[in-house]
Design a protein around this ligand. Structure first.
Ligand SMILES: Nc1ncnc2c1ncn2[C@@H]1O[C@H](COP(=O)(O)OP(=O)(O)OP(=O)(O)O)[C@@H](O)[C@H]1O
Ligand SMILES: [Mg+2]
Length: 385
């Protein structure tokens, strides 16, 4: 759980310090006030980049050279306080510090602060290209299977080498088989990790959806491994070798995997209403969080960044999503326009921290109009972190 946050030069947020963050944190305010920017800041702290693909440079406040986010997390079991800091500059430089030490691989940061984002771009999970669903699958496997990341890197290397050869070499199928062997072995392992993960995820998703949208019966998830299902990857690569040679790249494999979501047998992307799609997206992301907290011992739940939950959802469905988030015991950063949109939707006994976002300033709404934090605290915390 993130207990403190300092934001410097993220979009319209010049300098913000938030102390004593709660488990449920609601940010409300008018259009353009800076609510999404607060979520962007948390995302930068957990992933070292924007949640909009390729938009990381635009995170930096216009006219500034860099942006920085500092945070303090309390790991599960309450074992002290861990400082985290991420800085990005216009020149593309990235600096990450965890426990005061420089971190080279973003993977270490991802493991420390697993994040789930639910925003307008999350509809891509249903309506976007397969790459969005592969990314979703990879996120899940990465967080529960330690061996996945190294295997993923190995697979990418093999694929790159094989494609390079296909592009440049005048090959016959027998020559290609040498290169195919390593790719086949690695790709098969990636598929096994993904399949095992998917088989655990699907029932969680169905159970969550029964509560989020009971009227939406018959939801099914199907995993497609990226090649003919009756064949091993090796066999499929051999069958497809001639086509690969002719076209100059590897056509099949885990890089083509996908998840199909259907409702009563029809494509969810084509059939469901926008609100129903949003509920399915929430169901998928909640199922991932639930599975991760069941499997990982060092992390009790991931942090959810939910941008504008009330958009597309009626109050009853908003409340069902809030209830499910609360049940996960996840920390939540959630935005809406009016305070009343989300304030009363949480189960009895839950007291969300309310923050009013206004012209790039963030004020605790519990004590109206007193700005949280300021330059003095910020300077002290910098040294600390
Ligand atoms: N790099 C930047 N530097 C300065 N300001 C920026 C930058 N990028 C975006 N902004 C401005 O920051 C403001 C806050 O944007 P943000 O997306 O956080 O608003 P919001 O509160 O989420 O609004 P909405 O309710 O419309 O979603 C906007 O006015 C936007 O134009
Ligand atoms: Mg916004």
């Amino acid at each position: 759980m993130l207990t403190q946050l300092q934001i410097h030069h993220i979009r319209n947020l010049e300098q913000i310090t938030l102390q004593d963050l709660a488990r449920i944190n609601i940010f409300f305010g008018a259009n353009g006030s800076g609510k999404t920017s607060v979520l962007e800041a948390v995302h930068m702290l957990g992933m070292a980049r924007s949640f909009r693909q390729g938009a990381t440079r635009s995170l930096i406040t216009h006219g500034k050279q860099d942006c920085t986010v500092y945070g303090a997390t309390t790991p599960s079991g309450n074992r002290g306080r861990v400082p985290v800091a991420v800085q990005r500059s216009l020149s593309g430089e990235v600096q990450i510090k965890l426990r005061g030490q420089a971190v080279r691989s973003v993977a270490e940061l991802l493991e420390h602060l697993p994040l789930q984002v639910i925003n307008a771009a999350s509809f891509d999970l249903l309506t976007g290209a397969p790459s969005a669903r592969r990314q979703f699958l990879n996120w899940g496997v990465f967080h529960v299977e330690q061996r996945f990341f190294a295997e993923w890197q190995r697979f990418q290397r093999c694929l790159k080498q094989r494609n390079k050869l296909l592009r440049h070499g005048k090959l016959v199928p027998s020559e290609l088989s040498v290169w195919t062997r390593d790719l086949a072995a690695s790709g098969e392992r990636i598929h096994e990790f993904r399949l095992r993960y998917f088989e655990a995820l699907a029932p969680s998703f169905r159970a969550i959806m029964e509560r989020l949208a009971p009227s939406l019966g018959g939801l099914e998830l199907r995993y497609r491994k990226g090649w003919e299902k009756s064949l091993s990857y090796r066999e499929a690569l051999e069958v497809g070798a001639q086509a690969d040679i002719e076209q100059g790249y590897t056509h099949i494999g885990p890089q083509r995997a996908d998840i199909k979501v259907t409702a009563k047998g029809y494509s969810a992307a084509e059939t469901l209403s926008r609100g129903q799609q949003k509920l399915v997206v929430c169901g998928l992301k909640l199922a991932q969080g639930q599975l991760m907290s069941l499997i990982r011992e060092d992390v009790s739940a991931c942090v959810y960044l939910v941008d504008d939950l009330p958009a597309e959802l009626d109050a009853r469905h908003c409340a069902l999503v809030c209830e499910a988030l609360e049940e996960l015991q996840a920390q939540v950063f959630i935005t809406c326009v009016a305070k009343s949109d989300l304030e009363g939707l949480w189960p009895a006994g839950v007291a969300p921290a309310m923050f009013h976002v206004e012209h790039g300033g963030v004020h605790s709404a519990a004590i109206p109009e007193i700005e949280v934090g300021g330059a003095e605290i910020a300077t002290r915390e910098h040294q600390d972190l």
